[in-house]
Ligand binder design. Structure first.
Ligand code: ADP
Ligand code: MG
Length: 305
C-alpha cells in the first residue's frame, strides 16, 4: 500500500528557522502544493516544544483569516509532518530580495492583518505572540497577509521570566529588557509591530548600525524610540500610528482596541488595496533579476519562483 509520505514530493526549502525546517511539497494525488513543517520525533526537545506550541495555537486559530492555517498532519517513524497552506514569502525575505521600501498602502494592509491577528489571539485565547517581526508575516499570490510562528507565544498570565531572552532583540520592547519588570503584556507585541513597520517602510532596521545584541539592547533602553525618517512623504496618519506603537512607557502605549481606533487602521480597514497586483510585480522583478545570468550564473532557484 502507499503511505502519505510516498505521495509527497519535495519541491523546495521555504524556511530554516529556530524550530525545524519548512519545505514546499507537492501532494501528488491531489496535485496540491503545500508548506510542510518537519519535526524530528527524536529531535531537540526545546525545538520540538516550540513546534508543538506553534501547532497548538494554529489549530486553535482556524477561524481567523489573518493567521496561517494548518491542513492536517501525518506521522512517519522519525518525523511528524505538519501540513500548512502555502504562502509565497515572508516580508523578511522580500526585503532581502528587493532592498526596496514597502509602499505605505501595503503597510496599511499589513497593519490591519497583524493587529487583527494579534487582537484575535488575545481576545479568544489569551495569548501573546512575543515574536512579531517581518519573517513571521507571510504573503501569498492572492495578496493575503497572515501571521505565523507561535513557537514562543504564551499565555498572558503565565510566568514570563524564562521567556525574557526569547525572540529577536531588535524587535524587543523596552519593558521586556528591564529585569525589574516581569509583567509585560500584549503591548510588547505592539512595540514589535512599530519596529517592523519602520523596517519595512525604510528597507532598513532602525538598529542596523549596532554592532551586537548588547548595543541594540542598550539603545532600546537609553535612546528615544525609533521614528520614521522625516525626509520621506509618509502620511500623518501613518507617522502617528507608528509613534503610538513606539511609546516607550508601556503603561501609556495603546492596546489593540485603541490601536484599531487610530485613523491609519480605520483608513485601511475600509480601503481597497490591490496587494496581489503589487506583489505580482515584485515577484516578476525578483524573477527577472534571478534569471539575469550576470547576477546568478548558475540560474539556481529560478524554478522555485
Ligand atoms: P521558525 O521561525 O520558528 O523556524 P516559522 O513558522 O517562522 O518558524 O517558519 C520559518 C520560515 O518558513 C518563515 O519565516 C517563512 O519564511 C517560512 N514559512 C513558514 N510557514 C510557511 C508557509 N505556510 N508557507 C510558506 N512559507 C512558510
Ligand atoms: Mg519565524
Amino acid at each position: 500500500y502507499v503511505t502519505i509520505i510516498d505521495q509527497m514530493k519535495h519541491l523546495d526549502d521555504l524556511g530554516n528557522g529556530t524550530s525545524g525546517n519548512v519545505v514546499k511539497m507537492l501532494h501528488t494525488p491531489s496535485n496540491k502544493v503545500i508548506a510542510v513543517k518537519q519535526m524530528r520525533r527524536t529531535g531537540n526537545s526545546e525545538e520540538n516544544k516550540r513546534i508543538l506550541m506553534d501547532l497548538d495555537i494554529v489549530l486553535k486559530s482556524h477561524d481567523c483569516p489573518y493567521i496561517v492555517q494548518c491542513l492536517g498532519y501525518f506521522i512517519t517513524d522519525p518525523d511528524v509532518w505538519i501540513c500548512m497552506e502555502l504562502m509565497t514569502m515572508c516580508f523578511d525575505k522580500l526585503l532581502k530580495k528587493t532592498k526596496q521600501p514597502v509602499p505605505e498602502m501595503i503597510l496599511g494592509k499589513i497593519t490591519v492583518a497583524t493587529v487583527k491577528a494579534l487582537s484575535y489571539l488575545k481576545e479568544n485565547h489569551g495569548v501573546i505572540h512575543r515574536d512579531v517581526k517581518p519573517s513571521n508575516i507571510l504573503i501569498d499570490d492572492r495578496g493575503n497577509i497572515r501571521l505565523c510562528d507561535f513557537g514562543i507565544s504564551g499565555l498572558l498570565n503565565a510566568s514570563k521570566a524564562y521567556t525574557r531572552s526569547a525572540g529577536c532583540v531588535a524587535y524587543m520592547a523596552p519593558e521586556r529588557i528591564d529585569p525589574k519588570n516581569s509583567n509585560y503584556d500584549i503591548r510588547a507585541d505592539v512595540w514589535s509591530l512599530g519596529i517592523t513597520l519602520i523596517e519595512l517602510a525604510t528597507a532598513n532596521s532602525p538598529y542596523a548600525e549596532c554592532k551586537n545584541d548588547f548595543e541594540v539592547l542598550t539603545k532600546i533602553i537609553d535612546s528615544a524610540p525609533p521614528r520614521l525618517p522625516n525626509d520621506v512623504n509618509y502620511s500623518q496618519n501613518f507617522v502617528d500610528f507608528v509613534n503610538k506603537c513606539l511609546v516607550k512607557d508601556h503603561e501609556v502605549r495603546p492596546k489593540y482596541p485603541e490601536l484599531m481606533e487610530q485613523p491609519f487602521m480605520q483608513e485601511y480597514l475600509n480601503r481597497d488595496v490591490d496587494v496581489a497586483g503589487w506583489f505580482g510585480e515584485i515577484m516578476s522583478d525578483i524573477c527577472k533579476k534571478s534569471t539575469d545570468t550576470s547576477i546568478n550564473p548558475y540560474n539556481l532557484s529560478v524554478h522555485s519562483l
